[in-house]
Design a protein. Structure first.
Length: 298
C-alpha cells in the first residue's frame, strides 16, 4: 500500500481518483476548497499548491503524487493569464520542487489535450507536435515540460497523462466555463434545447471522468514509466451535432438544437490515439457516451 497525495482532490477528476484509491492505497487530498463529498472528507485537506509551506505540510510521508489541481478554463486563462500561469506553471513547479525534497518516489502530472493545438493529423498520438492555441494550453504544456525535466534531473519517476474532453456529474453546471456536455445536459434538464456554438460539425473525443481516474491508477501502479507521456481518450470521434442528438435522446424530450455564433479560437477536430496506453498499461475506457449521458440526465 502506497501513501498517495492527490492535488485538486475536491474537483471532479481528483474526487473520482480519491474514491478509486480508497482501500487500495493510503490516500490524502489537497485542494483550495473543502471536500464536498462525505466519503472523502476524512482524507482531504485544504491547501494551495503555490505555497511551499502548504505543499510541505501535505507531502509529509507521501510516496507518490497525482497532480490534478489546475486552473482549467480556457476562457479564464485569456481573461487572467497571470493567475492561470501562477496556478498551472508556478504551482506545478512548487509541487515538483517540494516533492523531491520530501523524498516522493513517483509524480504523475495531469496534462491536457489542449497542449496539441490544431491537429496536423488525426487521430493524435503522443508524438504529435505541441502548439497550443490558448494561454491554458500553454500553461499546461509548461507544467508538463517541467515535469518531464524532473524525470531527467531528479530521483522521482515522473509521468504525464493528457486527457481529452472528460465529463461527469461532478462538473459544475453553474460554472460559465463548464464543458459542452455539462452545458447541454443543464439546458435539457431545464426544458431548453442544447445550444450549439457554430455549425456543430466540429468533433471531439469525449471520455467519462471515471475512466480517466482508472487510467491514472494504472499509471500510478505500474513501474518503469519515467519520462513517459500517455494520451487518455475514448478513441471515438463525436460531432457536437451528434452529441446534441444523443443528449436529447437521453433526456426523453422532443427538442431540436439551437445555434449561436462559433467560439473564437476553437479547434475544429480532436481525436485521440490511445494505442500506447492500451499496449503499455492495458487501458481501455469502460463508459460509453450513451451510458454517460444517461447517468447525467438521471
Amino acid at each position: 500500500m502506497t501513501r498517495v497525495l492527490v492535488t485538486g482532490s475536491s474537483g471532479q477528476l481528483g474526487s473520482y481518483l480519491c474514491e478509486l484509491l480508497l482501500g487500495r492505497h493510503e490516500v490524502t487530498g489537497m485542494d483550495l476548497r473543502p471536500q464536498p463529498h462525505l466519503k472523502l472528507k476524512k482524507v482531504s485537506g485544504v491547501g494551495d499548491i503555490r505555497e511551499p509551506k502548504d505543499a510541505r505540510t501535505h507531502l509529509k510521508g507521501v510516496e507518490a503524487v497525482v497532480h490534478c489541481a489546475a486552473q482549467v478554463s480556457v476562457d479564464r486563462s485569456l481573461e487572467d493569464p497571470i493567475s492561470d500561469a501562477s496556478t498551472n506553471v508556478l504551482g506545478t513547479v512548487n509541487l515538483l520542487s517540494e516533492s523531491t525534497k520530501a523524498g516522493v518516489r513517483k509524480f504523475v502530472y495531469v496534462s491536457s489535450a489542449s497542449v496539441f493545438g490544431p491537429p496536423k493529423y488525426l487521430p493524435i498520438d503522443e508524438n504529435h507536435p505541441t502548439s497550443p492555441m490558448s494561454n491554458y494550453g500553454a500553461s499546461k504544456l509548461a507544467g508538463e515540460k517541467f515535469t518531464l525535466a524532473y524525470a531527467r534531473t531528479s530521483s522521482m519517476e515522473c509521468v504525464s497523462v493528457r486527457p481529452f474532453n472528460f465529463y461527469s456529474p461532478r462538473a459544475d453546471p453553474e460554472s460559465p466555463y463548464s464543458g459542452v456536455i455539462t452545458k447541454f445536459v443543464n439546458r435539457l434538464k431545464a426544458g431548453k434545447a442544447p445550444l450549439i456554438e457554430g455549425d456543430g460539425r466540429q468533433t471531439r473525443d469525449f471520455i467519462h471522468t471515471r475512466d480517466v481516474a482508472e487510467m491514472l491508477l494504472l499509471v500510478l501502479e505500474k513501474k518503469g514509466l519515467n519520462g513517459e507521456v500517455f494520451n487518455c481518450g475514448s478513441g471515438v470521434s463525436t460531432s457536437v451535432l451528434e452529441l446534441a442528438d444523443k443528449a436529447i435522446a437521453a433526456s426523453g424530450r422532443r427538442l431540436r438544437p439551437e445555434f449561436t455564433a462559433p467560439r473564437v479560437g476553437d479547434i475544429r477536430d480532436s481525436l485521440s490515439n490511445c494505442s500506447k496506453a492500451k499496449e503499455v498499461l492495458g487501458f481501455s475506457p469502460k463508459v460509453s457516451l450513451e451510458e454517460g449521458l444517461s447517468e447525467l440526465m438521471r
